[in-house]
Design a protein around this ligand. Structure first.
Ligand code: PAF
Length: 290
């Protein structure tokens, strides 16, 4: 496995890739790898001749007061995990090389980024402008055939798909299911912040989504959302949002049709901000897809 530290090295590799018959899979990460990342790496390994993993804690997607400075980092460990997952190339640039002085461009997707995590009472639309700007730069620097993201960040997945389509990137965007701990907690690098008590409390996030799904089957969406929110509040968690949206457009869902409904939640658990979601199929609410 080779580690590339500069955009220049990555561009040289991209040119070399262009002469190879094999496909290139990219797994963008901010490091502190967990099983969720591993599932993306595994798919990338199985489906491509070359696997590139980017490792970059992207400062522009954090707003002032968020956890940029404390975001968990352990590059040594990440490199060991990446190598054992079959990664061929790590792209780990320095922030000043990605955003050199004079950098002035923002890639912004309108509409989809103004709700849920993008609303002013949440991380704000600037969060997604940071995400789409770095992902556009990575797609440009690596020019992969396929790029892999996780469904845990459902809104991010929708926004990235839109951006890749609008800007005509040739890369196919693949979204893979959320990987969970045995008790249902979605894998996240931020889980490392949780104390044992908070970790226990955090399991209510996934169980609130399951509760929503089961009430939806019998009583409809409004009652289901109320039940899910109540479930969280009983665990002492006040959600930042707990909403039902259609996954492709992120428009508010009424759940009356046959289209799948995304129920997404963000909640601060004792100082740690966690997100999760469930995709509910109204036609067969017993057949859940993650
Ligand atoms: O999902 C993440 O880890 C990040 O948002 C991403 C896609 C690597 C961009 O920094």
């Amino acid at each position: 496995m080779k580690v590339l530290r500069t955009p220049g090295e990555m561009h040289d590799l991209r040119e070399w890739f262009r002469d190879q018959p094999e496909t290139v899979g990219l797994v963008p990460t901010m490091g502190y790898l967990h099983e969720g990342h591993n599932s993306l790496l595994k798919a990338a390994r199985e489906e491509n001749g070359f696997v590139v993993m980017s490792l970059f804690v992207n400062p522009t997607q954090f707003k002032a007061g968020e956890d940029l400075s404390t975001y968990p980092r352990d590059e040594e460990r990440d490199l060991v995990i990446a190598e054992s997952s079959g990664v061929d190339f790590i792209y780990a640039p320095a922030p000043d090389d990605i955003y050199p002085s004079g950098f002035a461009t923002k890639v912004e997707v309108e509409g989809l980024t103004e709700v849920l995590c993008g609303s002013e009472t949440s991380r704000g639309p600037g969060h997604f402008a940071g995400v789409t700007t770095i992902v556009a730069k990575l797609l440009n620097a690596v020019d992969p055939d396929v790029a892999y993201f996780g469904q845990k960040d459902a809104q991010q997945a929708t926004v990235i798909r839109r951006m890749a389509e609008d800007l005509e990137f040739r890369t196919r965007i693949v979204i893979l299911p959320t990987v969970r701990e045995r008790d249902g907690l979605a894998m996240s690098s931020r889980n490392a912040y949780l104390s044992p008590e908070s970790r226990e409390r955090a399991t209510a996030i996934w169980s609130s989504l399951l509760e929503t799904e089961s009430v939806f089957a019998e009583q409809g969406l409004d009652a289901a959302l109320d039940a899910g929110r109540r479930h969280l509040e009983l665990a002492g968690i006040t959600p930042e949002y707990f909403e039902a949206r259609y996954p492709g457009t992120l428009d508010p869902a009424d759940g009356n049709g046959t289209d799948p409904v995304l129920v997404a939640v963000a909640a601060n658990v004792d100082g740690t901000r966690l997100i999760d979601n469930i995709l509910i199929e109204p036609s067969s609410t017993h057949r859940r897809t993650k």
